[in-house]
Design a protein around this ligand. Sequence first.
Ligand SMILES: *[C@@H]1O[C@H](CO)[C@@H](O)[C@H](O)[C@H]1NC(C)=O
Length: 300
Amino acid sequence: MGPLLWPLPAVLLALAAQGTAAGAPTYPRRDAETGEWLACDKCPPGTFVQRPCGRDNPTTCGACPPRHYTQFWNYLERCRYCNVICGEHEEEARPCGATHNRACRCRPGFFAHAGFCLEHAPCPPGAGVVAPGTPSQNTQCQPCSPGTFSASSSSSERCQPHRNCTALGMAVNVPGSPFHDALCTECTGFPLGSLEPGAPGTEECLRAVVDFVAFQDISPRKLQRLQQALAGPGARSPPPPPPPPQREDRAAMRRRLWRQLTELREAQPGTLGARLLRALRAARLSGLERSVRERFLRTR
Ligand SMILES: *[C@@H]1O[C@H](CO)[C@@H](O)[C@H](O)[C@H]1NC(C)=O
Protein backbone atom coordinates (compact mmCIF):
# COMPACT_ATOMS: atom_id res chain seq x y z
CA MET A 1 0.00 0.00 0.00
CA GLY A 2 1.37 3.39 -0.94
CA PRO A 3 1.32 6.15 1.64
CA LEU A 4 -1.24 8.07 -0.39
CA LEU A 5 -3.83 5.37 -0.21
CA TRP A 6 -4.40 4.82 3.45
CA PRO A 7 -6.17 8.09 4.38
CA LEU A 8 -8.86 7.60 1.77
CA PRO A 9 -10.99 5.05 3.67
CA ALA A 10 -10.80 7.30 6.70
CA VAL A 11 -12.06 10.29 4.73
CA LEU A 12 -14.83 8.21 3.19
CA LEU A 13 -15.81 6.94 6.61
CA ALA A 14 -15.96 10.46 7.95
CA LEU A 15 -18.06 11.59 5.01
CA ALA A 16 -20.38 8.63 5.40
CA ALA A 17 -20.73 9.35 9.09
CA GLN A 18 -21.73 12.96 8.69
CA GLY A 19 -23.35 12.47 5.30
CA THR A 20 -21.83 15.60 3.85
CA ALA A 21 -19.32 16.89 1.35
CA ALA A 22 -15.79 17.64 2.38
CA GLY A 23 -14.88 21.08 3.63
CA ALA A 24 -17.08 21.07 6.71
CA PRO A 25 -16.45 23.98 9.08
CA THR A 26 -14.65 22.97 12.24
CA TYR A 27 -14.64 23.90 15.90
CA PRO A 28 -11.86 23.58 18.48
CA ARG A 29 -12.18 20.84 21.04
CA ARG A 30 -9.77 19.64 23.70
CA ASP A 31 -9.36 15.88 23.68
CA ALA A 32 -10.42 14.51 27.06
CA GLU A 33 -7.67 11.89 27.23
CA THR A 34 -4.65 13.69 25.84
CA GLY A 35 -5.57 17.31 26.53
CA GLU A 36 -4.64 17.98 22.92
CA TRP A 37 -6.60 20.65 20.95
CA LEU A 38 -8.36 19.18 17.92
CA ALA A 39 -10.26 20.76 15.03
CA CYS A 40 -13.48 18.80 14.94
CA ASP A 41 -15.93 18.96 12.04
CA LYS A 42 -19.19 20.66 12.78
CA CYS A 43 -22.43 18.91 11.83
CA PRO A 44 -24.59 20.17 8.96
CA PRO A 45 -28.14 21.55 9.32
CA GLY A 46 -30.64 18.83 10.22
CA THR A 47 -28.09 16.96 12.37
CA PHE A 48 -26.30 17.33 15.69
CA VAL A 49 -23.04 16.07 17.24
CA GLN A 50 -23.81 12.55 18.35
CA ARG A 51 -20.16 11.90 19.20
CA PRO A 52 -17.43 14.54 19.10
CA CYS A 53 -14.26 13.82 17.17
CA GLY A 54 -11.24 12.35 18.91
CA ARG A 55 -7.65 11.91 17.87
CA ASP A 56 -8.58 8.92 15.75
CA ASN A 57 -12.21 9.38 14.92
CA PRO A 58 -14.12 12.11 13.08
CA THR A 59 -17.22 13.80 14.43
CA THR A 60 -20.29 11.57 14.30
CA CYS A 61 -23.43 13.46 13.40
CA GLY A 62 -26.93 12.18 14.10
CA ALA A 63 -30.17 13.16 12.39
CA CYS A 64 -32.53 15.39 14.38
CA PRO A 65 -35.42 13.40 15.92
CA PRO A 66 -39.03 14.31 15.06
CA ARG A 67 -40.18 17.79 16.19
CA HIS A 68 -36.51 18.94 16.44
CA TYR A 69 -34.26 20.90 14.10
CA THR A 70 -30.89 22.56 13.56
CA GLN A 71 -30.78 25.36 11.07
CA PHE A 72 -26.99 25.90 10.76
CA TRP A 73 -23.70 24.03 10.84
CA ASN A 74 -23.37 23.33 14.53
CA TYR A 75 -21.75 21.45 17.36
CA LEU A 76 -24.89 21.18 19.45
CA GLU A 77 -25.28 18.11 21.59
CA ARG A 78 -28.95 17.92 20.75
CA CYS A 79 -31.27 19.47 18.19
CA ARG A 80 -33.50 22.37 19.09
CA TYR A 81 -37.17 21.76 19.79
CA CYS A 82 -39.62 23.27 17.26
CA ASN A 83 -41.05 25.72 19.79
CA VAL A 84 -43.10 28.03 17.55
CA ILE A 85 -46.81 27.44 18.20
CA CYS A 86 -49.32 28.96 15.78
CA GLY A 87 -51.75 31.28 17.57
CA GLU A 88 -55.50 31.68 17.45
CA HIS A 89 -55.74 33.59 14.16
CA GLU A 90 -52.72 31.90 12.61
CA GLU A 91 -52.12 28.84 10.47
CA GLU A 92 -48.97 26.83 9.71
CA ALA A 93 -47.06 28.38 6.81
CA ARG A 94 -44.25 25.78 7.03
CA PRO A 95 -44.34 22.74 9.28
CA CYS A 96 -41.50 21.87 11.63
CA GLY A 97 -38.65 20.19 9.68
CA ALA A 98 -35.17 18.88 10.47
CA THR A 99 -33.60 22.14 9.27
CA HIS A 100 -36.13 24.74 10.37
CA ASN A 101 -38.56 25.69 13.07
CA ARG A 102 -42.29 25.78 12.41
CA ALA A 103 -43.45 29.08 10.75
CA CYS A 104 -46.91 30.62 11.06
CA ARG A 105 -48.85 33.15 9.06
CA CYS A 106 -52.20 34.88 9.59
CA ARG A 107 -55.27 32.86 8.63
CA PRO A 108 -57.22 33.98 5.52
CA GLY A 109 -59.21 37.09 6.43
CA PHE A 110 -56.51 38.37 8.80
CA PHE A 111 -53.32 40.39 8.41
CA ALA A 112 -50.18 40.75 10.50
CA HIS A 113 -49.77 43.97 12.42
CA ALA A 114 -47.37 44.64 15.28
CA GLY A 115 -47.06 40.93 16.00
CA PHE A 116 -50.80 40.27 15.98
CA CYS A 117 -53.18 38.95 13.37
CA LEU A 118 -55.98 41.46 12.90
CA GLU A 119 -59.14 40.81 10.93
CA HIS A 120 -59.48 42.55 7.56
CA ALA A 121 -61.72 45.57 8.14
CA PRO A 122 -64.81 45.98 5.95
CA CYS A 123 -65.27 49.15 3.93
CA PRO A 124 -68.23 51.14 5.34
CA PRO A 125 -71.29 52.02 3.23
CA GLY A 126 -70.31 54.76 0.78
CA ALA A 127 -66.85 53.29 0.28
CA GLY A 128 -65.71 50.34 -1.80
CA VAL A 129 -62.84 47.88 -1.74
CA VAL A 130 -59.92 48.98 -3.91
CA ALA A 131 -57.63 46.12 -2.88
CA PRO A 132 -58.77 43.19 -0.76
CA GLY A 133 -56.78 42.49 2.40
CA THR A 134 -53.68 40.30 2.17
CA PRO A 135 -51.79 38.37 4.88
CA SER A 136 -49.67 41.50 5.40
CA GLN A 137 -52.09 44.33 4.64
CA ASN A 138 -55.53 45.49 5.67
CA THR A 139 -58.38 46.01 3.19
CA GLN A 140 -57.88 49.16 1.11
CA CYS A 141 -61.04 51.27 0.90
CA GLN A 142 -61.89 54.36 -1.10
CA PRO A 143 -64.99 56.57 -1.05
CA CYS A 144 -67.23 55.78 -4.02
CA SER A 145 -66.60 58.21 -6.87
CA PRO A 146 -69.50 60.12 -8.46
CA GLY A 147 -71.82 57.78 -10.32
CA THR A 148 -71.03 54.78 -8.10
CA PHE A 149 -72.25 53.46 -4.74
CA SER A 150 -71.74 50.86 -2.04
CA ALA A 151 -74.78 50.26 0.16
CA SER A 152 -73.29 47.78 2.58
CA SER A 153 -70.32 47.31 4.83
CA SER A 154 -68.13 44.75 3.09
CA SER A 155 -64.50 43.65 2.86
CA SER A 156 -64.85 42.42 -0.72
CA GLU A 157 -67.34 44.61 -2.60
CA ARG A 158 -66.21 47.40 -4.91
CA CYS A 159 -68.31 50.49 -5.64
CA GLN A 160 -70.92 49.65 -8.27
CA PRO A 161 -72.11 52.08 -10.96
CA HIS A 162 -75.56 53.56 -10.41
CA ARG A 163 -78.34 52.07 -12.45
CA ASN A 164 -78.99 54.22 -15.53
CA CYS A 165 -82.74 54.90 -15.46
CA THR A 166 -82.73 56.61 -18.86
CA ALA A 167 -81.05 53.65 -20.52
CA LEU A 168 -83.69 51.41 -18.87
CA GLY A 169 -86.44 53.53 -20.38
CA MET A 170 -87.56 54.92 -17.01
CA ALA A 171 -87.46 58.16 -15.09
CA VAL A 172 -85.17 58.89 -12.14
CA ASN A 173 -87.24 58.80 -8.96
CA VAL A 174 -84.35 59.08 -6.49
CA PRO A 175 -80.87 59.96 -7.77
CA GLY A 176 -78.10 57.61 -6.71
CA SER A 177 -75.70 58.60 -3.93
CA PRO A 178 -72.43 57.04 -2.75
CA PHE A 179 -74.62 55.12 -0.26
CA HIS A 180 -77.37 53.78 -2.48
CA ASP A 181 -78.30 53.03 -6.06
CA ALA A 182 -80.46 55.27 -8.22
CA LEU A 183 -84.16 54.42 -7.98
CA CYS A 184 -86.02 54.43 -11.27
CA THR A 185 -89.74 54.61 -11.86
CA GLU A 186 -92.20 54.36 -14.69
CA CYS A 187 -94.52 56.72 -12.83
CA THR A 188 -94.56 60.12 -14.44
CA GLY A 189 -96.97 61.89 -12.09
CA PHE A 190 -100.56 61.17 -11.16
CA PRO A 191 -103.29 62.75 -9.06
CA LEU A 192 -102.54 61.42 -5.59
CA GLY A 193 -105.79 62.77 -4.23
CA SER A 194 -108.11 61.06 -6.69
CA LEU A 195 -106.52 57.71 -6.69
CA GLU A 196 -108.35 54.73 -8.05
CA PRO A 197 -106.94 51.53 -6.60
CA GLY A 198 -106.24 49.05 -9.34
CA ALA A 199 -105.99 51.68 -12.06
CA PRO A 200 -103.04 51.11 -14.41
CA GLY A 201 -99.87 52.73 -13.13
CA THR A 202 -101.29 53.39 -9.68
CA GLU A 203 -99.29 50.68 -7.97
CA GLU A 204 -96.09 51.89 -9.64
CA CYS A 205 -96.71 55.48 -8.58
CA LEU A 206 -97.48 54.54 -4.98
CA ARG A 207 -94.19 52.67 -4.84
CA ALA A 208 -92.46 55.70 -6.30
CA VAL A 209 -93.92 58.01 -3.63
CA VAL A 210 -92.75 55.66 -0.88
CA ASP A 211 -89.20 55.49 -2.30
CA PHE A 212 -89.12 59.22 -2.93
CA VAL A 213 -90.03 60.10 0.66
CA ALA A 214 -87.99 57.37 2.33
CA PHE A 215 -84.80 58.31 0.47
CA GLN A 216 -84.87 62.03 1.20
CA ASP A 217 -82.00 63.30 3.30
CA ILE A 218 -84.13 64.06 6.36
CA SER A 219 -82.57 64.84 9.73
CA PRO A 220 -83.09 62.09 12.33
CA ARG A 221 -85.31 64.33 14.46
CA LYS A 222 -87.62 65.19 11.56
CA LEU A 223 -87.60 61.58 10.45
CA GLN A 224 -88.82 60.64 13.90
CA ARG A 225 -91.59 63.27 13.82
CA LEU A 226 -92.70 62.00 10.43
CA GLN A 227 -92.86 58.42 11.65
CA GLN A 228 -94.95 59.49 14.64
CA ALA A 229 -97.25 61.57 12.46
CA LEU A 230 -97.73 58.63 10.09
CA ALA A 231 -98.50 56.29 12.97
CA GLY A 232 -101.39 58.62 13.86
CA PRO A 233 -102.49 60.28 17.09
CA GLY A 234 -103.74 56.97 18.45
CA ALA A 235 -100.28 55.44 18.33
CA ARG A 236 -98.40 58.21 20.04
CA SER A 237 -95.63 56.70 22.08
CA PRO A 238 -93.02 58.46 24.18
CA PRO A 239 -90.32 59.63 21.77
CA PRO A 240 -87.21 57.46 21.90
CA PRO A 241 -83.94 59.20 22.82
CA PRO A 242 -82.47 61.15 19.93
CA PRO A 243 -80.34 58.74 17.89
CA PRO A 244 -76.78 59.66 16.97
CA PRO A 245 -76.74 61.12 13.46
CA GLN A 246 -74.47 58.47 12.05
CA ARG A 247 -74.79 57.15 8.55
CA GLU A 248 -75.62 53.61 9.62
CA ASP A 249 -78.30 54.81 11.99
CA ARG A 250 -79.80 57.06 9.39
CA ALA A 251 -79.85 54.20 6.93
CA ALA A 252 -81.65 52.08 9.54
CA MET A 253 -84.19 54.86 10.24
CA ARG A 254 -84.74 55.28 6.53
CA ARG A 255 -85.44 51.55 6.18
CA ARG A 256 -87.92 51.77 9.06
CA LEU A 257 -89.74 54.66 7.41
CA TRP A 258 -89.76 52.78 4.10
CA ARG A 259 -91.30 49.73 5.80
CA GLN A 260 -93.88 51.88 7.57
CA LEU A 261 -94.90 53.58 4.31
CA THR A 262 -94.96 50.27 2.46
CA GLU A 263 -97.26 48.78 5.09
CA LEU A 264 -99.59 51.76 4.73
CA ARG A 265 -99.50 51.43 0.95
CA GLU A 266 -100.37 47.75 1.12
CA ALA A 267 -103.08 48.15 3.78
CA GLN A 268 -104.84 51.23 2.39
CA PRO A 269 -103.56 52.19 -1.06
CA GLY A 270 -106.41 54.66 -1.54
CA THR A 271 -105.50 56.83 1.44
CA LEU A 272 -101.71 56.76 1.31
CA GLY A 273 -101.41 60.06 -0.57
CA ALA A 274 -103.66 62.11 1.63
CA ARG A 275 -102.28 60.56 4.79
CA LEU A 276 -98.69 61.17 3.75
CA LEU A 277 -99.33 64.82 2.90
CA ARG A 278 -101.03 65.34 6.29
CA ALA A 279 -98.15 63.67 8.07
CA LEU A 280 -95.56 65.76 6.22
CA ARG A 281 -97.37 68.90 7.27
CA ALA A 282 -97.68 67.71 10.89
CA ALA A 283 -93.96 66.90 10.93
CA ARG A 284 -93.26 70.43 9.60
CA LEU A 285 -91.55 69.05 6.51
CA SER A 286 -93.12 71.65 4.25
CA GLY A 287 -90.30 71.57 1.69
CA LEU A 288 -90.73 67.87 1.19
CA GLU A 289 -94.52 68.22 1.13
CA ARG A 290 -94.11 70.72 -1.69
CA SER A 291 -91.78 68.40 -3.62
CA VAL A 292 -94.24 65.52 -3.31
CA ARG A 293 -97.08 67.72 -4.54
CA GLU A 294 -95.05 69.05 -7.46
CA ARG A 295 -93.80 65.66 -8.47
CA PHE A 296 -96.79 63.43 -7.90
CA LEU A 297 -99.83 65.75 -7.96
CA ARG A 298 -99.25 67.19 -11.38
CA THR A 299 -102.50 67.20 -13.30
CA ARG A 300 -102.10 66.13 -16.85
C1 LIG B 1 -77.40 56.61 -19.47
O1 LIG B 1 -77.82 56.06 -20.69
C2 LIG B 1 -78.03 57.02 -21.69
C3 LIG B 1 -78.64 56.34 -22.88
O2 LIG B 1 -78.12 55.06 -23.07
C4 LIG B 1 -76.73 57.71 -22.00
O3 LIG B 1 -76.90 58.72 -23.00
C5 LIG B 1 -76.18 58.36 -20.73
O4 LIG B 1 -74.92 58.94 -20.96
C6 LIG B 1 -76.10 57.36 -19.65
N1 LIG B 1 -75.78 58.06 -18.40
C7 LIG B 1 -74.80 57.67 -17.63
C8 LIG B 1 -74.60 58.49 -16.42
O5 LIG B 1 -74.11 56.73 -17.89
